[in-house]
Design a binder for this molecule. Sequence first.
Ligand SMILES: [Fe+2]
Length: 504
Amino acid sequence: MTSQRSQAVLLALACLLGLVVVIATFRRTTPPAPDPQPAVTSETPKADPVALYRPTVVPDRIILTFASDPATSQAVTWRTDTTVKAPVAEFALAADGPVFEKGWRGYDEKLVKRLAARTERLTADGHHAHYHSVNFTDLAPKTKYVYRVGDGSNWSEWFQFETASKDPEPFGFIYFGDAQNGIRSLWSRVARGAYSDMPKARFIVHAGDLVDAGNSDPQWGEWHAAAGWINGMVPSVPAPGNHEYSDPKGITRHWRPQFTLPEHGPEGLTETCYFLDYQGVRVVVLNSNEKHAEQAAWLEKTLATNPNRWTVVTFHHPFYSPVAGRDNPAVREAWRKVFDAVPKGVDLVLQGHDHTYGRSGLMREDNRLDGTQVQTARGTVYVVSVSGAKLYTGGDLTWMKRRGSGAQLYQLIRVEGDELVYESRTARGDLYDAFRLKKRADGGNDLIEGENPPGPEGPSGPDTPAVAGGNGGGVGARGAWNAVVAVVILALVALAVGWAVRGR
Ligand SMILES: [Fe+2]
């Protein structure tokens, strides 16, 4: 009996020890109660946005654009206050060491060329600024250069760029739909994400509505700050949207001073309607806000004389809207017949305005409206995208092969000989849409759909599996298992104690 009682006491002790272990484990795996959120009722006064972006003697808003042939030229524009009277830009062949700046090892003044800038005065939101521009010309194709801008006392850092090849060669570029809203707070992530994914992009297409209020200096300040030094290294190719036309007199007074662009467009559309040729691609920028008929005639000539294998066109108001009730018949009727008639065709059209995503199949007037190609020789892929924070809900219109709402997006486009490879990615960097255009011998394209994420609405819904199946579920299951083990151990303890008592 004594032995039995001892065994019962030992069993009870073992069970009690097990219970303690389980309770300790259970306590460790139970998530702690969240700390209360810190208050955000700071009494610090809000910074004046106009004052934040006031110009100084130090160059800012430095941005590369193309004003002429990208193989032999590169334009740069920057801003200072109005005390800067003799602005210059310096440039040199890029070297591995600092030989282009005085005072550093290997410096040779003969390596550096200095050009006087052209200056335009701009008064906006109560302060005066000077916008300076220089077009570096007679550059060697496919060559790396460095440059800086300043006035002898204050200089920018040295930036680096590479001129285009004279010949068709593979390259990539970035395309953004409307930035427009939440530019500093929310568009910056997209701009920087795109650059991170394609740091060797040769230019960035902006399909209009870069800001919300075209004459707002703080908004342009946000736009320049969001992309920051990327704009000093990767040239921008901007098209104006309706929000750049918020001034009753026409395009915002910021546009021409801050972008140095080709001036070969139709009269009255200088620097808002232009084209450039880049390594086998003609990129045509149209101004969908005004003078559609004048641009149709110019476009006809520009497409007819295109020596390149590929043609990409960008403008703001889409031919085919992803949202019912936002049709733009005037734009479509003015230009679509030009696109369809040109022997080489237009391969890709990049648009904005509708704050959602839609992408067609190979469209033309005599193909079906859903993009199904019945006229096999030609066809254009039309895209509408958005990069900023204002997001509309798209429709379910038949022309879209891929549609989606609720995601900020950027597009990476590569042209590689016979192929144009297109990807749209979300702000997180996830693939959203993909296709390839394969150029046939007759000049037309075959459209090859990519491995697109399932579902027409894309991968960025609020209830993605990654969220629903996160760590929270695992902790809950472990807790339930521990509770079951604890109950079993408690029952064993009770049995053992009862056995010991009876043994007495
Ligand atoms: Fe717009």
